[in-house]
Design a protein around this ligand. Structure first.
Ligand code: HEC
Length: 241
C-alpha cells in the first residue's frame, strides 16, 4: 500500500520532516495521533506520516484538523487548536514538494504530552438554561460535560444591564476534541445575570474562586494544604515566609 507513494514524488522543496514538519506535527497533531491518543492512526514518525501526507495537507487546508469544537467568533478562547496560515502553508508546501524526509539528525526529541491544563482542577459550576446567578461569578472558562456527538449548542449570558455576552457555540460536537475551554479574558458575570442555553447539553462554568480541586477536577475540592491553611481572611494573613 505504501509502494506507490514512496519514491514517486520528485523533491522540489527544502522543507523536511526531520526539521520542520515533525515539530509542527508534534505540537499540533500528536496529542491525538499517537497510540491511545484518540485518533485512529499515529503521526509520530516519518514512516507513519508519509502515507498520510496528502490527506494531512487536505485536512488542514479544509480546517477539519485539528478538530476544535467552538464556532469561531462566538466567545474568545485561549489555545485555539487551528493552525495559523504560516503553519498550513508549511505543511502544504512540504507535501507539494514531495514530502521529503530530511536528515534524521535534525529530528526533535520525542514529544512529551503535558498533564491536562490546570483549568481542569478549578471548581466548576453546572449551569442550566434560564438560570439566574444569585452571586457574581468570575468565569475562567467553560466546559462541555455532556453533549451528543454531532449535536449543537449555544450558550450566552444576559447581563443585568441587558447586554448579551457570548459564552460558547458548537455546531457539531466532537467528543475527541472536547476539553475545558479557557476564555481569552476572565468573564465577570454579575449577580442577576441570566444564562441561556439552547440545545440539550450539560455545561459548566469554570470559576476562579475557591481552592482548586485535586487532580481529577471532578472530585470534591479538598481542604488546602498546610501553608494556605494559615489564611484567616485578614489581608496579608498567611503571606509571611
Ligand atoms: C483532538 C484530536 C486530534 C488532533 C489534535 C488532530 N487530529 Fe487528526 N484525527 C483525529 C481523529 C479522531 C480522526 C479520525 C477521523 C475523525 O474522527 O475525524 C483524525 C483523522 C485525521 C486524518 C484522516 C482524515 C480522513 O478521514 O481521511 C488526517 C489526515 C489527520 N487526522 C491529520 C491531522 C493533522 C495533520 C493534525 C495536526 C495538524 C491532526 N490531525 C490533529 C483527531 C485529531
Amino acid at each position: 500500500m505504501l509502494g506507490p507513494l514512496w519514491g514517486h514524488d520528485i523533491v522540489t522543496t527544502k522543507i523536511t520532516w526531520a526539521r520542520e514538519i515533525s515539530r509542527l506535527v508534534n505540537q499540533r497533531c500528536a496529542s491525538c495521533h499517537r497510540p491511545g491518543g484518540g485518533a485512529p492512526f499515529a503521526l509520530l514518525t516519518y514512516e507513519q506520516a508519509r502515507p498520510w501526507a496528502r490527506s494531512m495537507a487536505e485536512e488542514v487546508l479544509e480546517r477539519r484538523m485539528p478538530p476544535w469544537n467552538p464556532v469561531k467568533g462566538f466567545g474568545e478562547f485561549k489555545h485555539e487548536a487551528g493552525l495559523n496560515q504560516e503553519e498550513i502553508s508549511l505543511l502544504a508546501d512540504w507535501v507539494e514538494g514531495g514530502a521529503p524526509r530530511g536528515k534524521d539528525r535534525y529530528l526533535p526529541p520525542a514529544p512529551v504530552f503535558p498533564a491536562p491544563p490546570a483549568l481542569l482542577s478549578r471548581p466548576r459550576l453546572a449551569i442550566t438554561d434560564q438560570q439566574l446567578l444569585a452571586q457574581t461569578v468570575t468565569a475562567r472558562g467553560i466546559a462541555v460535560v455532556r453533549l451528543r456527538e454531532g449535536a449543537s449548542v449555544s450558550a450566552w449570558a444576559e447581563l443585568p444591564d441587558g447586554a448579551a455576552e457570548p459564552l460558547l457555540e458548537i455546531a457539531a460536537f466532537r467528543q475527541v476534541a472536547n476539553q475545558p475551554l479557557e476564555f481569552l479574558r476572565p468573564l465577570r458575570l454579575p449577580a442577576g445575570t441570566r444564562l441561556h442555553i439552547s440545545g440539550t447539553a450539560a455545561l459548566a462554568l469554570i470559576s476562579s474562586g475557591g481552592p482548586p480541586a485535586r487532580q481529577s477536577g471532578l472530585s470534591a475540592p479538598r481542604p488546602p494544604a498546610a501553608p494556605a491553611a494559615k489564611h484567616d481572611g485578614r489581608p496579608g494573613a498567611g503571606r509571611s515566609r
